[in-house]
Design a protein around this ligand. Structure first.
Ligand code: IPD
Length: 283
């Protein structure tokens, strides 16, 4: 970093949000315009897929960010696991390589499997992080027509209208979304977290796009989201949106390979749900 950069005041969160929105829109609009190419894959795994459009959409989001903030760092899903410092993600709360610097965290298509099958529940997620603090976040779900935003100290909004979490305070009356880590349990079941949650809530759901799941919590349409094995780029932007909407988020554990165990809720059922997932024997 040059002396000039070191002296420059950090951009205001609201200015960072503007670029996060532009980046998420650039990624989302490219994916939506190319949905006829949704099955073009780079890597087809037993329970996952890596699309050509994942890479193209990340490049579009990165170009937006670099045009405005060329000196900032970027971590995207499409390069994360190839970065030499990626395993260090597990060492501190969020992302140690961003100490004192601004890091943009991108998931160009969250819910890639949904997208590749023509489902509408997928989104683009862009967060801005410095020293473990999320300064701004945008989650854009083009086919749902929803753009979620938040910046540090500001409200959470969907399409510009403020949103808030639900009032459900009884775990037994709640709807909780989760994801199933098929990489760690490729021959599943068991799906121990899912079963434990299912037993305690009104309904458990597995919808396939973590960032969108969390925005649903922020908007009060679900009461919590939990996943063991999620990545930073899936949850960073939406975590700020949930908190700004009056909810609560908690990093419960670091798992091997930079994966995280993460809980986001309306706050009211947080401790009860936390006790349920913590009661599950961990592999
Ligand atoms: C996936 C989705 C899914 C979650 C997985 C994630 P991707 O993200 O968010 O809901 O259960 O753990 O990896 O791969 O589609 O960006």
């Amino acid at each position: 970093m040059s002396a000039g950069e070191a002296q420059a005041p950090p951009p205001e969160p609201v200015a960072l949000l503007e670029t996060a929105v532009a980046a998420a829109r650039a990624a989302g609009e490219h994916a939506a315009a190319n949905r006829h190419r949704r099955t073009e894959s780079i890597l087809l795994e037993r329970h996952d897929v890596k699309l050509v459009l994942d890479v193209e959409c990340q490049a579009r989001a990165e170009a937006c960010i670099r045009a405005r903030y060329p000196q900032h760092d970027i971590l995207g899903e499409e390069d994360g696991s190839n970065r030499p410092d990626a395993p260090a993600l597990k060492e501190t709360a969020l992302c140690p390589q961003s100490r004192g610097r601004i890091l943009w965290v991108i998931d160009p298509i969250d819910g890639t499997v949904n997208f590749s099958h023509g489902m509408r529940e997928w989104c683009c997620s862009v967060a801005v992080v410095r020293d473990d603090v999320i300064l701004a976040g945008c989650v854009y779900a083009p086919e749902m027509g929803e753009l979620y935003t938040a910046y540090q100290g500001g409200p959470a909004a969907c399409n510009g209208t403020p949103i808030g979490v639900s009032a459900v305070a009884d775990l037994g009356r709640s709807v909780v979304t989760t994801g199933l880590d098929k990489k760690r349990h490729p021959d599943g079941p068991p799906a121990p977290f899912f079963h434990a949650i299912l037993a305690q809530v009104q309904r458990a759901r597995v919808m396939g796009a973590a960032a969108y799941d969390m925005c649903r919590v922020a908007a009060g349409r679900a009461d919590a989201y939990f996943e063991s094995g999620i990545y930073l780029w899936d949850i960073a932007a939406a975590a700020l949106i949930v908190n700004a909407a009056g909810g609560r988020t908690e990093l419960l554990a670091h798992l091997p390979g930079g994966r995280l165990e993460f809980l986001a809720s309306n706050g009211r059922i947080h401790d009860a749900l936390r006790a349920v997932v913590k009661g599950v024997p961990h592999a």
